[in-house]
Every structure is written in C-alpha cells, then in structure tokens.
Design a protein around this ligand. Structure first.
Ligand code: MEV
Length: 456
C-alpha cells in the first residue's frame, strides 16, 4: 500500500523518485536493467525477469542487437508475417511484413490472391533521384554569389571525388548541384540544392558526407574569392543534410480488370462495387480527414515491408506524407477510375530505400526477408513496397464500402482479446466458434469467456 502511494507520488513528481543519472551509457546492461527496474517500476523483480526473458540466448546474436543502438536493455519483438501470392510484373512474391496490427497481413494476402487471378500488379520506377541540401546565409550582392557559384561548381564536385569514387564506379554519384536563392522566404537564405543517384544504397551516409564536403569547399573558396567584400566572404553554413522528401525517387503500382471481374462480395454487384471504390477515392482526394486515414491504411502495408527489410520507415513516412500534400492540400495517395468497362486502381509514391548497407547487411532477419524477396535491387524493392501499400488500400477500402471494417477487424481482434484473458487453446476454439455467429465486441468476448469459465 505504502509502496503504491509512493509510486503514485513519484509519477506526479518524478524528481521525488530519483536523482538524474550520471554516466548511464557506460554502465553494463545488467546495471542498466537493475537501475531502471528499481527506480521506475512497481515490481523490480518482475520487471527484470520480463526484460531478461526477451534477451536472446545466443550471446553473439544478442550482442549484435545490443549494439544497434545505445543503452539497450532488451529486445522489442514485432511479429514477422508473410503475405503470399503477390504477382508483380509476372513474378510471384511472398512478402515479409513486420507489424503489430492484427488483420494487416491477412488483408494484404486477401488482396494479393484477388489480383493474382486478374493479371496481378504492374509496377514501374519513374525516377531514383535523391536530394540533399547545404543551407547557408549570405549577405551581399546576389549577382556576385551567382558568379562565384559558377566558378566553384567544378571544385565542389572535384573535392568530393574521394567520397564519390566508388559510387561512380558502380554508375551512381552526384547528378547535379544548383544554387537556390531562398531570400524571398527567409532573409539571406540560400541553398546548394544537390541531386544524387545512390543505386542500391539508401544513401544517407553518402549524401551527407558529400554535402559536408560541399559546405567546406563553399566556405573555403568564398574566403579566397577576390570579388567578394569582407562581409560577403563570410558565408555562414547553417547545416548540410539530405532531404527525406524525394519526389523524383518515384514508384508507381497499378491493378486493373474488366468491371465484370470485380466479383469480390456476393452482396454487391461488380458495377456498384467499382463505382463505390471510385467514389471512396474521390472522397479521400478532397477531404483531408479521410485522406489521412486512407493513407494510414496504405502505410500499414508500406511500413511493414520497409521495417521487415531493414529500411528507415520514418524517412519513408515523412517523404510520402509530404508528397500527399504536394498540391497544397493533403490528399489520397491512390487513384481509381472506371473507363470503357475497365476498373483501374493505382498508387504513385516517392521513397528512398536501400538493399545494401545499413541494417540490410547486419540484421539476420532483414537478410532473410531480402532473401525471401529474391535479394531485390533497391528499385525492385520500391516496387514491392508500393504494391504492399496499394494492396492494403484495396483491402481496406473494399471492406469499408461493403461490409464495413469492423467485421474483419474484430474477428482478428478476438484472438488478441482471448490471449489477454489468458484463454487456453480449447477455450479459444470454443469461443472462436461461438463468435462465428455472434458480433465481436470487447465486452461480449469477456462475458462469453467468463460464462465458459463458470461452466468448467
Ligand atoms: C486501419 O489500420 C486502417 C484503415 O482505417 C484504413 C482506411 O480507413 O482506409 C482501415
């Protein structure tokens, strides 16, 4: 009782509980676990046991995971599922998906199967250009800055040669460097706006290293540029960093079939279904509240594959949402039309992915996920990921415009609730059968479970 009151007070005022910690990162993992459990949990022994139960028994494998980040105390699992039967450009894929949300893998698999019998998915990479910028301040004559930039452009690229040499050998490198005047938006603000081809690498380290070199060259050359005044020589570099907005690193995925083949549900005619799908997309195009949820469903598919293949889902998310707002209003990422008796449904999205470097060479499950996908190039992976997003959206919207989403969701959720309640396998089987004919709600499941328990 006293302990709980103490913890309650601590939560109101964390400073009551403990002093700021010194040198935490230098402690051993064991020390970190002991400390966090003692200082921040109600039952330190239970917390320690739980944390340790998630550690891998293979010490080498555990060490690998420990070293991905700082201050690791344990591993955090997500299920890795497979959505099979994806026919993409005539090739059959089984797509690995890492995600916690029930029904996402099932929905993807359903959509894959549906389109498998209707020609599958057609995809195309429309561009692979990545972007990075050196943001700087310059006070002075803009014409002089332009002349200076023209003069140093070759030097910028030549100074970066040690960084770009290997990438160039493989056919990538710097595509272009432009000077951009942003002073109409922010006083004295200019950019070196740079485009890169990074092939199968996501390219973050490559791009950032090039940019930091550009920044150094820019400042060094400015100091020695005779036409500049003393003030003009003092170019202030604010930062050099890649952009996660990559509208020219673009992929498109599409499905289509004669309307008569849209025999998804017995309860709705193919024509009505096609029209409803188109209408639902139109709504997501004009209504941002709907567009956000619509696109969230797309990201269910995209993030799951991006994560399973060891890519940076935050970068992909940020870039895709920015793209969804590119015309000044947040809008749908998918499109649909009915023309001459054919239903067409497609997505066009930007994303920067890698299939070499980063986690792709390190994480054993990422390596396996890539192997399952046939060790794709970054371009091929872009197409697979776009398909996962499109499939997910098809599954979600087709449910929404027919039965509604809850029917399927709650069936999947049933298992989660039963697991939370600690149901045994035989209790689960009895209750799954029961809820084939009854509506799943959280309270209905609890009630049915309690009744079953009281009978046994
Ligand atoms: C749930 O995770 C995703 C949906 O809300 C997507 C949508 O509404 O299109 C079902």
């Amino acid at each position: 009782m006293f302990k709980q009151l103490y913890h309650y007070l601590c939560r109101q005022n964390p400073y009551l509980m403990t002093k700021p910690v010194e040198g935490f990162s230098k402690w051993t993992k064991e020390e970190k676990i002991d400390w966090i459990a003692a200082q921040y949990t109600l039952d330190p022994e239970a917390a320690k046991t739980l944390l340790k139960s998630y550690l891998n028994s293979d010490a080498k494998l555990q060490q690998l995971h420990d070293e991905f980040i700082e201050n690791t105390i344990t591993n955090y699992y997500l299920p890795l599922g497979i959505a099979p039967n994806f026919l993409i450009n005539e090739k059959l894929y089984a797509i690995p998906m890492a995600i916690e949300e029930s029904s996402v893998v099932a929905a993807a698999s359903r959509a894959a199967k549906f389109w498998l019998d209707r020609g599958g998915f057609k995809t195309d990479v429309l561009g692979t250009e990545k972007i990075g910028q050196v943001h700087f301040l310059y006070q002075g004559d803009v014409a002089k800055l332009r002349a200076f930039f023209i003069e140093i452009k070759d030097k910028l690229i030549a100074d970066a040669a040690p960084i770009t040499k290997n990438m160039e050998k493989r056919g990538g490198g710097i595509i272009g460097v432009e000077l951009r005047d942003k002073t109409s938006e922010l006083e004295n603000y200019f950019q070196l706006h740079c485009a890169f081809e990074t092939l199968d690498a996501m390219g973050a380290n490559f791009i950032n290293s090039c940019l930091e070199q550009f920044a150094q060259t820019l400042q060094r050359e400015a100091k020695n540029y005779d036409a500049f005044t003393e003030d003009e020589r003092n170019i202030e570099v604010v930062m050099s960093i890649l952009s996660n907005y990559v509208p020219n690193c673009l992929v498109r995925a599409e499905v289509s079939c004669p309307i008569s083949e849209l025999t998804l549900k017995a309860s709705i005619s193919p024509k009505d279904f096609a029209n409803k799908m188109v209408r639902a997309i139109e709504i997501a195009k004009v209504e941002p509240h709907r567009a956000v949820t619509h696109n969230k469903g797309i990201m269910n598919g995209i993030d799951a594959v991006v994560l399973a293949t060891g890519n940076d889902f935050r970068a992909v998310e940020a870039g895709i949402h920015a793209y969804a707002a590119k015309d000044g209003r947040y809008s749908s990422l998918t499109h649909a039309e009915v023309e001459k008796g054919v239903f067409r449904f497609w997505i066009e999205i930007p994303m920067a992915l890698g299939t070499v470097g980063g986690l792709t060479n390190l994480h054993p499950l990422v390596k396996l996920a890539l192997e399952i996908l046939g060790n794709p190039s970054a371009k091929e992976l872009m197409q697979i990921v776009a398909v996962a997003g499109l499939a997910q959206n098809f599954a979600a919207v087709s449910s929404l415009v027919t039965t509604g989403i809850q029917e399927g969701h709650m069936k999947m959720h049933l298992l989660n609730i039963l697991n939370q309640l600690g149901a045994t396998e035989s209790e689960k089987n009895i209750l799954i059968t029961h809820f084939k004919k009854n509506t799943v709600t959280h309270s209905a499941v609890v009630e049915a479970f309690d009744q079953l328990k009281s009978k046994s």
